[in-house]
Ligand binder design. Sequence first.
Ligand SMILES: O=C[C@H](O)COP(=O)(O)O
Length: 316
Amino acid sequence: MTDTVSASSAAAPVSNASWRAYLHGLPGVDEAGLRARSADLATRSIKTTAKSRMIDLAIRMVDLTTLEGSDTAGKVRAMSAKAARPDPASPDVPSVGAVCVYPDLVGTAVSALAGTGVRVASVATAFPSGRAEREVKLADARTAVAAGADEVDMVIDRGAFLAGDYRAVYEEIAAVREVCAAASLKVILETGELATFDNVRRAAWLAMHAGADFIKTSTGKVSPAATLPTTLVMLEAVRDHAATAGRRVGVKPAGGIRTTKDAFRNLVLVNEVAGSAWLGPERFRLGASSLLNDLLMQRTRVATGHYPGPDYYTLD
Ligand SMILES: O=C[C@H](O)COP(=O)(O)O
């Protein structure tokens, strides 16, 4: 695809009118080409010799997630233990990248993961809807950071975005960026609500200009969530942003990623679209509540030639 963004786009507009002119001036997404390329890349196979390495890379990229109203401190402690040592019988299995929880459970995760190197991510800004007053959203992010979150996964105001109030969306992300201080900021676009791939591209650029460290597809609460064409559009955006603004923003597809095959398809996309600089947990994460067990099962299969029994791993 040739629809890259020009170097002059690196400076952020100021008024809503100039935001509109800028975002609507981005090259349109060729949807048929996008779908064809995603489908083509999804057919690429991974050589058997590379599979173990790819599985361990995918494990290191997992943001092991629980975002349920029924979450308890006990569940977060159990999930944190699994995040740090995914397979207690095989100490060579790497830890996951992070755990992802609601703000009130950040303290529990921070204590459980102390000294493990696993990061703690918290959703914020009235996740998943993003419907609250600005101050409430900022307080939500502040709570997470004060409790020790290393990463904040905020949702954008999709209502404002779809109404064309781009400046408000930008300002809100920038305000959360400030609250986050040293914590890494992931900006959830909730692409399943953005209606078009052009909007996904616009929201990606808006978030990157506002200071996102990562752009994330979805909350996991809206369908469709992390589809390959959507992730491809976002990978193009971070690639082009790096070329024009000199800053590498990460990408986190989240929602509906359940199998090793799904993970591999994402890794192929990263390598082919953004390049090897994104092939690590610093710049690519897989947000998932139930992917880890499949990665562990496939890892055992590659190492021993057979699958472990269905009860071998604790539930994700
Ligand atoms: O951010 C991660 C998502 O909420 C997880 O979604 P999932 O339960 O479909 O894996």
